[in-house]
Design a binder for this molecule. Structure first.
Ligand code: HEC
Ligand code: HEC
Ligand code: HEC
Ligand code: HEC
Ligand code: HEC
Length: 217
């Protein structure tokens, strides 16, 4: 067979081929990891250990989000309530219900209920609930109609992707709502919505960051 290239030159294309393959594998792994459903799928709705219904507790019983998610306005993390919160009522209501068996067990054994996380950002993206909730971004804007989510559990309502974050950071006037409407569901915008928001943005000097290091550090 005639040699097209001198022998020594062969190592170079082989190396770059190996490099390309490894790079390809790495890329696939990264894409698989970061774009796996937990991170990007709208509609992701994992099974939960207890058929807890927001529709029942929020819409029918009229409970406010902050009765259970007590940290949203003063912490980075929105907390899932401890079993104690459930037992405030369920030590007297539906005390025999099989749907609440895991809650009673958790209480008796002093072991937290293992809820499965629904909304999830990768570790390299930083997010604070307080920073948003205290400046007029409502739960509904990011989590959808939680008050319509029943015993089958909460699902991810928005992409939570970088593009999605930035869409609002570039034009917050299209989204902010009055402070007393933060936890309201089914909020309807008044006619002068955008002007009011532009006024608030000026008065409170609201400037959502778009520089990389604000979210990645
Ligand atoms: C009675 C307590 C209670 C109230 C009131 C309540 N929640 Fe929840 N919430 C829970 C529990 C328990 C979970 C975990 C189970 C689940 O994800 O379905 C949860 C889960 C969530 C999740 C998903 C968390 C994740 O893993 O990503 C969001 C978002 C949420 N709640 C928002 C709200 C909003 C918005 C309101 C008010 C409109 C509200 N909740 C009212 C108890 C409550
Ligand atoms: C403020 C009181 C209150 C709190 C706090 C509360 N619940 Fe409830 N819950 C109720 C009421 C009232 C019902 C409806 C009872 C009925 O239909 O007879 C109910 C019903 C339920 C049911 C359905 C039971 C069945 O068999 O139909 C589940 C499951 C449930 N709650 C889970 C929870 C969990 C989990 C928590 C804590 C995160 C919680 N609840 C906190 C008042 C409460
Ligand atoms: C600007 C968008 C935004 C707003 C506004 C917002 N959230 Fe979230 N929420 C998120 C994101 C993003 C996550 C996932 C965070 C993570 O993985 O670090 C999340 C996670 C959660 C969780 C799960 C926390 C956990 O540790 O499992 C709960 C509960 C929650 N939010 C409740 C609320 C409630 C209640 C409100 C309104 C008072 C609210 N959120 C407002 C974007 C938002
Ligand atoms: C609907 C509008 C909206 C969405 C969606 C949104 N933000 Fe924001 N963000 C804001 C506003 C308003 C502020 C407050 C700016 C200020 O205080 O000047 C803010 C502030 C911030 C800050 C600076 C405050 C701090 O915590 O240091 C970071 C970081 C941030 N957002 C990250 C995110 C990330 C990550 C996402 C997507 C997962 C996101 N935001 C989605 C409106 C939004
Ligand atoms: C407002 C917050 C915010 C800002 C500002 C921001 N990012 Fe991101 N970025 C995110 C979030 C949230 C994710 C995770 C997206 C996901 O899970 O799909 C992300 C993901 C990424 C990724 C992973 C690949 C991808 O697209 O999912 C890279 C790379 C990245 N950002 C680079 C940058 C660079 C470079 C800048 C500056 C030009 C920047 N980011 C500014 C929030 C932000």
């Amino acid at each position: 067979m005639p040699q097209l290239f001198p022998k020594k030159a062969n190592t170079l294309p082989v190396l770059s081929l190996v490099g390309a393959l490894l790079g390809g594998v790495l890329l696939v792994v990264l894409v698989w990891y970061y774009f796996s459903p937990e991170f990007t799928t709208v509609g992701y709705q994992p099974d939960q250990p207890v058929p807890y219904s927001h529709e029942l507790h929020v819409d029918k019983l009229g409970m406010d989000c902050q009765y259970c998610h007590t940290n949203v306005a003063n912490s980075k993390h929105a907390n899932i309530p401890p079993t104690q919160t459930c037992m405030n009522c369920h030590n007297q209501i539906q005390t025999e219900s099989p749907n609440l068996l895991k809650v009673r067990e958790s209480w008796a054994e002093d072991e937290p209920i293992q809820w499965t996380k629904v909304n999830h950002l990768p570790d390299y993206a930083h997010f604070s609930h307080a920073a948003h909730v205290d400046k007029g971004v409502g739960c509904e804007t990011c989590h959808g109609r939680i008050d319509k989510m029943g015993a089958e559990g909460v699902y991810q309502a928005e992409p939570l992707s970088m593009g999605w974050c930035l869409e609002c950071h570039r034009q917050p006037e299209l989204y902010l709502r009055p402070d007393d409407q933060i936890t309201a569901m089914g909020y309807t915008q008044p006619a002068n919505f955008v002007e009011r928001n532009l006024g608030r943005i000026r008065d409170e000097n609201i400037q959502p960051p778009t520089n990389c290091s604000a979210c990645h550090y």
